[in-house]
Design a protein around this ligand. Structure first.
Ligand code: EPZ
Length: 422
């Protein structure tokens, strides 16, 4: 196990470059199965979840090379197995994309039900509803999803919730179905659009990604391509929040500002100063923290609303704002596991169902805390960077799943952070 030792109270200053989007990458890697030919994916973040997914693809027979600067070559032609075991699926929830990709390409797949996690039960019933609508026979026996289809056909599929995973998984399976599929109440997150663009580069015919209705016209074959992943707006938002929490002043490079509208708006409402610029080739944001921040209300919503993945880091910031803030988590039913850990640092938070009331305190103090999930870990790191004294953040394996070179990037911004392998 590893932990971070962080001496807080130092404003973050300088420049940071954002890595490729984790949640786009975890869908694009299995999507290559549909091409049936080698593909190149560039700007992949070198994070634990990418390594796990690479092992899963290799296990079923794909040939993968990944170099240090995030360029991956995947050759799916050698795939000759169609199951994702419990051991693999339990390591990484997004293994569920193997279902849509395998079903779309081979007409069969079996996947151990990916377990819940510390943010909620996280079922995949919408995914299964979509596969059945496309004509697949899907059964669940002993915790394994068995899916097969002679032929997939187009369908109109309404999603009860704008589920990111279900939207992408149905898109994957529908690419090579006969006829047209319409996904209604589709998720609109930037990574949904990125995956649709990637699939279209392979010859798919997808329209409407980024809106509530996505239309996929099935094609009989697809082909290889080369494609760069978009920047990770959640990583970018995490650095924005850390800069404001430490009263710092940073420039964030390699971002797409429209993906960060909600985060920028809420940080400015708190009293941060955010300016957007471009150097002719790429956009950047300058983020400056003010003096004591103002309390605000946050409600997480599907994109373009405030992202649930930044609820936890944002709450860390709000523990030090002047006044009472109210954070409502509308996406996941159990995404407040960072609260007891923040309380150890002096935060004053009360949770009632899906709403947390945060009574701002002057400052937080260093303590021994532990990460319970990826973004809870990010929240504790934000709090530790701002706190007075030394904080030990245990179980940072969760953080390794989603942030590339996190401690190096933070150190380059002046943070006093050290990774210790226990
Ligand atoms: C994706 O999870 C992301 N993960 C999550 O990021 C992110 O928080 C989430 O989308 C929302 O933006 C990846 O992309 C790998 P959902 P996903 O389906 O697809 C319920 C991170 O920190 N639901 O949009 O699982 C579900 O329980 C991670 O990077 C069903 O009920 O999220 C949740 O309450 C955490 N049945 C809500 O919908 C289903 O079949 C939204 O989930 C599917 C989802």
């Amino acid at each position: 196990m590893a932990y971070y030792r962080i001496n807080g109270g130092k404003p973050l200053e300088g420049q940071v470059t954002i890595s490729g989007s984790k949640n786009a990458a975890l869908a694009m890697i299995p999507a290559v199965i549909l091409a049936g030919e080698p593909c190149i994916i560039e700007n992949l973040p070198i994070i634990e979840d990418v390594h796990v997914l690479t092992e899963i693809l290799r296990h079923v027979g794909a040939d993968i090379e990944l170099n240090d600067n995030g360029c991956m070559r995947i050759d799916p032609t050698g795939i000759d197995r169609y199951e994702v075991t419990f051991e693999m699926a339990s390591k990484m929830r997004a293994s569920y994309y193997m279902l849509g990709a395998m079903l779309g390409r081979y007409g069969k797949a079996s996947l151990a039900l990916p377990g819940g996690c510390p943010i909620g039960e996280r079922p995949i019933n919408f995914h299964i509803k979509g596969m059945r609508a496309l004509g697949a026979n899907v059964e669940i026996r002993n915790g394994i999803v068995y899916a097969e289809a002679e032929k997939l056909h187009g369908a109109e599929i309404y999603l009860d919730m704008a589920s990111v995973g279900a939207t992408i998984n149905i898109m994957l399976a529908a690419c090579r179905a006969e006829g047209t599929t319409v996904i209604v109440n589709a998720a609109k997150e930037p990574h949904v659009v990125d995956v649709a663009n990637f699939l279209n580069m392979m010859g798919a015919r997808i329209k409407g990604a980024g809106t509530d209705v996505i239309r996929i016209k099935g094609v009989s074959r697809m082909h290889g391509c080369s494609y760069p992943v978009i920047p990770d707006q959640i990583e970018a938002g995490t650095f924005m929040i850390a800069a404001v929490a430490t009263k710092g002043n940073i420039v964030i490079n390699n971002i797409i500002p429209t993906h960060l509208e909600a985060t920028s708006a809420k940080l400015m409402e708190c009293g941060a100063r955010i300016t957007e610029g471009d150097d002719g080739s790429e956009f950047f944001l300058q983020v400056q923290g003010g003096e004591r921040l103002r309390a605000i209300d946050i409600k997480t919503l599907p994109y373009p609303g405030f992202p649930t993945d930044l609820q936890q880091p944002m709450m860390a910031l709000l523990t030090m704002a002047k006044g009472n803030s109210y954070v409502t988590e509308n996406i996941f039913e159990d995404r407040f596991n960072h609260v007891p850990e923040l309380r150890r640092m002096g935060a004053n938070i009360r949770v009632n169902g899906r709403t947390a009331t945060i009574e701002g305190v002057e400052k937080l103090y260093g303590a021994n805390v532990k990460a319970t999930d990826l973004r809870a870990g990010a929240a504790l790191i934000v709090a530790a960077l701002a706190a007075e004294g030394t904080t030990i953040v245990h179980d940072i394996k969760y953080v390794d799943r989603g942030y590339e070179h996190f401690e190096q990037k933070l150190r380059a911004l002046g943070a006093d952070i050290e990774r210790v392998e226990e």
